[in-house]
Design a protein around this ligand. Structure first.
Ligand code: CO
Length: 211
């Protein structure tokens, strides 16, 4: 029976066969080597797949996704991915990629309780509070959300820079570069909103001096 679920497995077989036909070494090469240059921290939204929108192949991007592409300093999952990609894979770039019209950001702008997700969205409400004047001065709801999407990405990039993982790699190896991007669902184009070079000075409150 071909239902949507079975179709996934059939398509997988067809995809694997096609790859082998194009390049008989494809899987044996990937089996023995993973050396991506990029870590991607993106939204879980199904419309923003890291490889597809950047035209990259398996093996090129190490990926972590969560609701609204957050870098929460107590999130053991994110920290483990960051630690592994920076210290073991030695990625050169970490990209935080948000997207306009993000449902997580929209939800964080309402006063509606969404259960346990409230705790996650609280981090976005904090970003709103840091930039309250700017956000609240925008009348149009969609533009308001989209500006908060940009500011949220900027804040999450700064959260990366506040980690000892990134600060240590900056000091010892002059990498990774940090990038904040926002993807448009409307035209598929990525806008760059923030770049942080290795060694960028931070608010001294967040700089560790014993790494
Ligand atoms: Co989203």
């Amino acid at each position: 029976m071909i239902n949507a679920y079975n179709k996934l497995l059939l398509q997988n077989k067809a995809w694997a066969a096609e790859k082998i036909e194009e390049d008989p070494e494809y899987f044996s090469r990937l089996t023995h080597l993973q050396e991506p240059e990029f870590l991607w921290i993106g939204c879980s939204d199904s419309r923003v797949p890291a490889n597809e929108i950047t035209g990259t192949n398996p093996g090129e991007i190490f990926v972590h996704r969560n609701i609204a592409n957050m870098v929460v300093h107590t999130d053991l999952n994110m920290l483990s991915v960051l630690e592994y990609s920076v210290n073991v894979l030695k990625v050169k770039h970490v990209i935080v990629c948000g997207h306009y019209g993000c449902g997580g950001v929209k939800a964080a702008m309402t006063r509606h309780s969404v259960g346990i997700i409230n705790k996650w969205l609280r981090n976005i409400k904090d970003v709103h509070r840091f930039h309250r004047e700017e956000i609240d001065s925008i009348a149009d709801e969609e533009l308001k959300t989209n500006r908060l999407v940009e500011l949220n990405v900027q804040e999450q990039v700064m959260n990366l820079a506040k980690t000892s993982i990134v600060q240590k790699a900056w000091k010892e190896d002059h990498r990774p570069h940090l990038h904040g991007w926002v993807y448009s669902l409307q035209d598929g184009i990525i806008k760059r909103v923030i770049e942080m070079e290795p060694g960028t000075a931070l608010d001294p409150l967040y700089e560790f001096d014993n790494l």
